[in-house]
Design a protein around this ligand. Structure first.
Ligand code: 13P
Ligand code: SF4
Length: 336
């Protein structure tokens, strides 16, 4: 870090309103480390005509202090398709950056750490999808957005956790079938099957963050924190979702808190969610057992700054494969 990135009184003054926003979740002692990076990122992104798309699992200093747009996978995809900035910096994992590039192929899409993967995306390849199609001819293939561009290219339609029910119902109707291939998240697929009555043939993929939660753990939160409202992500096993008061995407959970203002809530998901939402709702008590996503946590302020300084790492995709993947994403966006 150069001298110009010191925590000067000018940086302190310029970033004071941002600190006031996150003071409840970032200790004061940490601010002199974050503030110079934040000030420089916000300056440089204007110079580069860049927009930072931050997923709900980003740490609060990224989520609240440098992101231009925040949301769940669906909202970030929509924003990537409509932004008129020349550069997109994806503060999220690699499949999200690929989705942005698929939707905005003419733009520069940067991922601050190209190793920010996902256990779901790593669980399946395009060749696997082709083999599945051969063994289930005629069935529609719905793939979760948490997959590589290559897998999306082999799909009829994509879905996110925010629209999976709607997508599966619609594609089953369009194909005139009561069975769909839903890949690669076995738990999301089973949760959607339970909600829709549509049969799913799935894959053995799982989110390494959400598969660790257990129904027993949820019952223990209820005993330890009487009256607590339990919100669970649909990547959790069905028996965990069954114990929850509500299940929805990260944005769905945030909206639930905003609308219902529970006195106490536990978000059965990645750790940064509670911090980010607590900033908006100081009247809600957040019970905080959670699991960290090591992939999301590879994205840091330092990494974002480096990305903007060096314009790396650029996401590049084969244009033919990317165009095929876009068909599946566009089909999803059109119906939700
Ligand atoms: P959503 O934000 O779409 O709910 O996705 C959660 C997730 O695990 C992303 O990796
Ligand atoms: Fe993948 Fe789960 Fe991490 Fe999301 S939280 S990036 S689904 S491993």
């Amino acid at each position: 870090m150069g001298l110009e990135l010191a925590y000067t009184s000018e940086v302190a003054r310029a970033t004071a309103p941002l600190y006031a926003r996150v003071a409840a979740v970032i200790p004061e002692i940490e601010w002199p480390v974050h503030a110079p990076l934040i000030a420089e990122i916000n300056r440089l992104k204007r110079e580069r005509d860049a927009v930072i798309l931050g997923h709900n699992y980003m740490t609060p200093e990224i989520f609240h202090c440098v992101s231009d747009f925040v949301g769940d996978s669906l909202a970030l995809a929509r924003e990537a398709a409509r932004t008129d900035a020349s550069v997109i910096v994806q503060a999220g994992v690699h499949f999200m950056a690929e989705t942005s590039k698929i939707l905005s192929p003419q733009k520069i899409v940067l991922i601050p750490d190209a190793k920010a993967g996902c256990s779901l995306a790593a669980s399946i390849t395009g060749a696997d999808v082709r083999l599945l199609r051969q063994s289930h001819p005629g069935l529609p293939v719905v793939t979760y957005v948490n997959t590589s561009a290559e897998v999306k290219a082999e799909s009829d339609i994509c879905c996110t956790s925010g629209n999976a029910v709607k997508v599966v119902e619609r594609i089953a109707k369009d194909f005139g079938t009561d069975t769909v291939l839903m890949l690669p998240d076995q738990y999301l697929a089973r949760n959607v099957a339970a909600q829709t009555g549509i049969k799913v043939i799935t894959w053995e993929g799982a989110c390494e963050v959400h598969e660790r939660f257990t129904a027993e753990e949820i019952r223990a939160y209820r005993t330890a924190h009487p009256g607590v409202t339990v919100l669970a992500h649909p990547e959790c096993p069905p028996e965990v979702v069954a114990e929850a008061d509500f299940s929805g995407s990260t944005a769905g959970m945030i909206n639930y808190v905003g609308q219902h203002r529970p006195a106490r809530v536990v978000m059965v998901t990645e750790c940064s969610m509670s911090d980010n939402v607590a900033v908006e709702y100081p009247d809600v008590e957040f019970v905080r057992p959670c699991n960290l996503c090591p992939h999301m946590k590879r994205i840091t302020l330092k990494g974002i700054l480096h990305s903007l300084q060096t314009m790396t790492t650029k996401v590049e995709l084969d244009p033919v494969m990317s165009a095929r993947a876009k068909v599946a994403i566009d089909r999803m966006l059109a119906i939700t």
